[in-house]
Structure formats: structure tokens, C-alpha cells
Design a protein around this ligand. Sequence first.
Ligand code: NAX
Length: 326
Amino acid sequence: MTAPLTVSVTGAAGNIGYALLFRLASGSCFGPDQPIKLRLLEIPPAMGALEGVVMELMDSAFPLVHSIDISDDANVAFAGCQRAFLVGSRPRTADMDRADLIKVNGPIFTGQGRALNDNAADDVRVIVVGNPCNTNALIAMHSAPDVPNERFTAMTRLDQNRAIGQICGKLGCQAADVSNMAIWGNHSNTMFPDYHHAQVNGRPLTEQVSEAWLQGEFLQTVATRGKAIINARGASSAASAASAAVDHMASWEMGTAAGEFTSMAVPSQGDYGVPEGLIYSFPVTISDGRYTLVPGLEHGAEAQAKIQATADELVAERDAVADLLG
Ligand code: NAX
């Protein structure tokens, strides 16, 4: 019997949590032979709702769920944590701009970073979903000096998946036909979906669709998809965000296919001119639980400017939370 993996999820009673937990429990993320211990974190007003989610998890009788513990104390929720999904944070409301969001959510991630530092297992891996996810991951990383920096990542996989979805719609192909559709930078509308290196059935995407579509409708749709979903559904993306979080962690666990890369926001080492230390989305390959930046990708002047602009935004976000970075 494989030893259970301890998986912590914050914001577990929220919309994304509700979609994510059932995917984790069913084995979609860590595989059909990997039991899990779920440790769920919420704030006190949401503990009642979380109890309801736990009842539903029990009622699903998932064979892989070894145990479920809930708490409103991060030190308890991260005890022995090997995989952490940091989803909980305050969503942006109509009266808030990005700077307000950073100020409200930043302190959550100092506390959770410290709690991970003090309580998580040595092999912990962290994905931050709660927005602004890159900068929240940066704050958590700075608050956890004993956890190796490379264990802190943020999610741009939803942006990658949205880009792949648009390509499938345009070409009538399947998601599995599309590879190397990397997202660069911040999970915000400055991110750069790098269609220049994407392939469909092993051939460059740029040979199969017009540059006008890629530069226009494609980039515009990917950048504004979150808003379009709110307008259509009256609620923000939840199931697709949970699915992307599963994809991100599953790739980290299982690795990328030969010759293929995926997008993860990870601590920059200065590659591609991105300032060192930012949590920036790069194309990565993954093997044996370790990711490596894809080296040597070439970019024209326009792509280079986009890669720089999204880095500049992350520098401004980092400056805005300088007091939380110790
Ligand atoms: P919800 O408001 O439905 O759920 C958030 C949950 O977090 C709530 O249950 C709340 O009680 C809990 N929470 C708040 N503060 C907490 C804390 N300090 N500790 C533990 N739990 C806490 O939002 P939901 O739709 O689930 O979205 C969650 C986050 O994901 C938001 O920040 C949202 O902006 C972000 N997203 C990130 C995406 C990405 O691609 N990186 C895409 C989807 C989503 O927008």
C-alpha cells in the first residue's frame, strides 16, 4: 500500500475549493494509486460551510481519501503538508483595483508562509492560486526561509489552458494535439501567451492560423476570458481554475512529455532578462519532480517587449508589498 500524501487546501469552502477537492479525492491529480490525507483551511465564518463540504466528501466514499481534517488555524492545516494548494484569499470586488487586492491579501500569505515554514514536511510543494497569485507566492516564499524557494509556484496553467481551448476552437483539433503553448509573466492581463513557439500536431501553430487572428482575437480572448465568464455565469471561473490547479500539480508530479513544455510561475533566476526573485511564469520541462526552465527560446522585438512589460508589472507589485518581504 502506498503511503498517503498529505495535501492541504486553503479556501476549501470557496468556489474553486468545491471543484478542486473532488478532483483531488478522485485521483485526478496524484494518480489512481495514491491515497491522500486532506487538511483543509478556512476562516472562522466559513467553517460551517466547510463542514458541509466534508459531509459531501464523505458521502462520495472516495477509496483514495485516507482522512479529512479541517481547521481555521494554518499551523494545524499545514501540519505534515506535502502538497499545498493556496486558494483562499479575498476575491477582487468591483470597488477594488489590483493594488487594493494586493494590500488586502498580502498579509494572508505572510501568515501562511510562516505556517508552512514551521509545519510542512520537507518535501512540500506549493501552488498559489489566490490572486494576485504571483505576488502572493512571493510573499509566502519570503515568509518561509527554511523551505527551498523553488517549492513556491503560482498558477498560470488556466491561462495556458484557455489559450489551448481557443486554438482547438479555431482549428477543430483536440487539446492533446496542442503543445508548448507557454504563458510568460504575471497572471494578469499583462501576461504573454507565446503563440510563436506553440505547436499543433508537431507543426508550428503560426503556419496553421493567420498572424492577424493570433495578434487580435486570440490574444484578446485569452486576456479577457475571466471577465467573459463572470459576465456569462454571474460568477468567476471555478471548475476550470480547479482543473488547471490539478494540471499544474499533476505535471509537477508526473513530469512533462518528451519535447513538450508547460507553464509555471516560478522564482526567476534572471533568465530571459526577468529580474531575479520574481515569481514569473516561464515555459518549463519537468522530470522527477523538478522543473527546469526551457533555455534558448528566441523572441522578436514585440514578444520581447511583452515579456518585459509583464516583468515590470511584477516589479511594481513587489515594490507595493516590500514591507511584507522581510
Ligand atoms: P471564493 O470567494 O469562492 O473562495 C475563497 C475562499 O477563501 C472563501 O471560502 C474564503 O472564506 C476563503 N478564505 C479567505 N481568506 C482566507 C484565509 N486567510 N485562509 C483560508 N481561507 C480563506 O473564491 P474562489 O472563486 O474560490 O477564488 C479563490 C481565489 O482564486 C481568488 O483569489 C481568485 O481571484 C483566484 N483565482 C485565481 C486564478 C488563477 O488562474 N490563478 C483563476 C481563478 C480565480 O480567479
